[in-house]
Design a protein. Sequence first.
Length: 278
Amino acid sequence: MTITLALEIPRTFRSRVGWAITDTWVVACRDLAHWRRQPGAVIANTLVFPVMIVLMFGYLLGGAMTVPGGGDYRDFLMPGMFAMTMVFGIGATLSAVSADAARGITDRFRSLPMAAPAVIAGRAAADMLNSAAALVVLTGCGLATGWQPHRGAARAIAALGLLLLLRFAFLWIGVYLGLRFYSSPEAVTAVRTLEFPVGFLGNPFVAVSTMPAWLGAIALWNPLSSTVTAARQLFGDPVGANSSWITSHAIVMAVAWPLLLIVVFFPLSLHRYQRLSR
């Protein structure tokens, strides 16, 4: 006697949503399990490195820094470091996605009866949990060095929400680039260097008003700069004298920029995933 087991594919919209959520969580748990078994890389790259940068800029170089318009440099620095940590997550996402695609793991997931977006959505969920943990550690470091929010808990939570929104937007850039360049390790390494111009060509470490006019204009329209300025405003930290329109509407822009990036790169990531190996 032969017994045949047939997998029942959800038919209704509600059951499909539940199916997609379950598959997404399974993939996210798989990624989290990898970090649990290899904690060294996560601790060094995600937690230790940002703390070292805070200590270096805050104490080693901070004495030579002045904030236009006045204010303590460490208060000015911390929101910038929060945002830089979110941006540097692009490299971790890109490397993980490209490694899975290059080893054929992503193709194996695609051959299974899974919800189509669950693989990349699971990676996104795992990376967002990792980024939230890094933000908690970095916030604790800031509090330990004397930084603190000055405008209440509600505004501080809103600032952290904008930082995670920026990470979510850049995450999809990392997913798309990982799926786009996975077949060439050299290209992956080259693309990872994009973190540095995106991160440093902005206002995390110095005020835009101290830059040459042409460079300041580029830095001002960097999505990172809007999130940093919005976080400084919400935390009550020094902003660095700048009276431009985009600075005056930093909170609006800190929402608009990430949403625009998500609208562009999420469909591109999903399309690239669906066409993988074709």
